[in-house]
Design a binder for this molecule. Structure first.
Ligand code: AMP
Length: 404
C-alpha cells in the first residue's frame, strides 16, 4: 500500500510517498513559494537524482497537482498514476478538543477543523486548502487527518488549565493544547522499542528541539504535561520565539515601545529566542560558532536555552515521579553534541549520566547514556511523516477496502 503524506503550510507543501509494506520512502520533496510566479519544487525519488524546477504556482491546488505530476513523471517519478495511491495522510496542526487521534477526513471533520481556525489562524487554513486540493485531485482516495495536538489531548486537567478565570476556558477554549505531538509520540514509542521495554510501563521525557521546541512528560504512553500551550509560543527558548515570559512584560512593552498587537506578536514570535538574545541568528550552528569565538551574546543565548530546558526536565521528573528515559530529537536535539552535553550535566540526583564519546558518535540513532546511568538517554531522529503514513494506512485498512 502506498501512502502520500502532505504537509501544507501557508506558502509551501512538503510531501513524501511511502510504501507501507516495508515502510520505505519512495520519494520526497518540497514545493516552496506558492502564490508566486517562481515557485520552486525540489523533488527526490529514492535512488534517483534530486531535481529542482521553477514555475508559477498560484495556489495550493496547483501545488498539489504539480506534486502529483512529478510523482508520475517518467524520468523522476515513482508511480504510474493516482490509482497507485491508497491514502493521503495530512498533517494538520490544530484539532482543539475535537480529536484525540487521527481520523478519516469527512465533511463533519473538516467543519470541526474550521472551528479550530480561531485557535490556529496561520496553520489550519493552509492545512485545509491542502485537504481540499487532494480531495479534488484524488477523488475517492481516503484522506486522513493527523493532528499535532492529538497526542496531548488527554493530558490531565490540572496540566492543561491556566490559572485564568475558568469562564475564559469555557468561552474561548483558552487552555494548554501542546504541539509537536506526532514527533513526541514517535520518539517515545521508538525509545521504548530501543530499550526493549513496554511503553505502558515507562516514564519518558522527550525533547523536540528544532527551530520550534517543546518538551513532553509521558507516563505509560500518556502525556502528563507538555511545554507548548495555547499556542506554540509557550515553554522552551526557540529559534525566534521567546517561550515562557512574565505576561506583564507584554503590556509594559506595548506601552514603552509603542507597539500594537501585530508589533508585539512579531517581537515575541519572530524576533526573540536565540535570535533576539544573540542578535546573530536563530540557527544553533551559528550560535555555537559565535560562542566559541567569544561572543558573549551567543554564550547568553546558549546558556538561557540550556538552563530553561534543564528546569523543565527537573520539573517533569517531579511530574512523573522519576524518569526512565530522556530523548533528544529534531534539528538541535539530533545534531548538537554541545547542547546535549550541557543539558545532561548535573543530573546526578536523577542518576542520569552520559558518555561523551557516545554523544559525539556520528550515528544518527543512538543511546548516549553510560551503562550505569539509571536514566537511559537516546538521540532519535524524528519521523513525523512515517507516523502520518502509518496512521493513514491503519485507518484505510480498518475501512475494509482492498489495498491498491
Ligand atoms: P528543525 O526545526 O527540526 O528542522 O531544526 C532546525 C534547527 O536545527 C536549525 O535552526 C539549527 O538551529 C539546528 N541544527 C541543525 N543542524 C545542527 C547542527 N549540526 N548543530 C547544531 N544545531 C543544528
Amino acid at each position: 500500500m502506498k501512502v502520500l503524506v502532505l504537509n501544507c503550510g501557508s506558502s509551501s507543501v512538503k510531501y513524501q510517498l511511502l510504501e507501507m509494506e516495508n515502510e520505505s520512502l519512495l520519494a520526497r520533496g518540497l514545493l516552496e513559494r506558492i502564490g508566486t510566479n517562481d515557485a520552486v519544487l525540489t523533488h527526490q525519488a529514492t535512488g534517483k537524482k534530486e531535481v529542482t524546477r521553477t514555475f508559477p504556482v498560484p495556489d495550493h491546488k496547483t501545488a498539489v497537482k504539480e506534486v502529483l505530476s512529478i510523482l508520475f513523471d517518467p524520468a523522476y517519478g515513482v508511480i504510474k498514476d493516482v490509482t497507485e495511491i491508497s491514502a493521503v495522510g495530512h498533517r494538520v496542526v490544530h484539532a482543539g478538543e475535537e480529536f484525540s487521534g487521527s481520523v478519516l477526513l469527512s465533511t463533519e471533520v473538516k467543519e470541526a477543523l474550521k472551528r479550530c481556525i480561531q485557535l490556529a489562524p496561520l496553520h489550519n487554513p493552509p492545512n485545509l486548502l491542502g485537504i481540499e486540493a487532494a480531495e479534488a485531485l484524488l477523488p475517492g482516495t481516503p484522506q486522513v487527518g493527523v493532528f499535532d495536538t492529538a497526542f496531548h489531548a488527554n493530558m490531565p486537567r490540572h496540566a492543561f488549565l491556566y490559572a485564568l478565570p475558568l469562564e475564559l476556558y469555557e468561552k474561548y477554549g483558552i487552555r494548554r493544547y501542546g504541539f509537536h505531538g506526532t514527533s513526541h509520540r514517535y520518539v517515545a514509542a521508538r525509545a521504548a522499542e530501543l530499550a526493549g521495554r513496554n511503553l505502558n510501563e515507562l516514564k519518558i521525557i522527550t525533547c523536540h528541539l528544532g527551530n520550534g521546541a517543546s518538551i513532553t512528560a509521558i507516563d505509560g504512553g500518556q502525556v502528563a504535561d507538555t511545554s507548548m500551550g495555547f499556542t506554540p509560543l509557550e515553554g522552551l527558548v526557540m529559534g525566534t520565539r521567546c517561550g515562557d515570559l512574565d505576561p506583564a512584560i507584554i503590556p509594559f512593552l506595548m506601552e514603552k515601545e509603542g507597539l500594537d498587537i501585530a508589533g508585539i506578536n512579531r517581537l515575541i514570535n519572530k524576533g526573540s529566542g536565540l535570535l533576539g538574545l544573540s542578535g546573530i541568528s536563530n540557527d544553533m550552528r551559528e550560535i555555537e560558532e559565535a560562542a566559541e569565538k567569544g561572543s558573549t551574546r551567543a554564550v547568553d543565548a546558549l546558556n538561557v536555552l540550556v538552563h530553561r530546558l534543564r528546569k523543565y526536565i527537573g520539573a517533569y521528573a517531579a511530574v512523573l515521579d522519576g524518569v526512565d528515559i530522556l530523548v533528544f530529537t529534531a534539528g538541535i536535539g539530533e545534531n548538537s553534541v554541545k547542547v546535549r552535553s550541557l543539558v545532561c550535566q548535573g543530573f546526578s540526583y536523577l542518576g542520569l549520566y552520559i558518555d561523551e564519546e557516545k554523544n559525539r558518535s556520528p550515528k544518527k540513532e543512538k543511546e548516549i547514556s553510560t551503562p550505569d546511568s539509571r536514566v537511559k538517554v537516546y538521540v532519535i531522529p524524528t519521523n513525523e511523516e512515517l507516523v502520518i503514513a502509518r496512521d493513514a494506512a491503519e485507518i484505510v485498512s480498518s475501512l475494509g477496502q482492498a489495498p491498491k
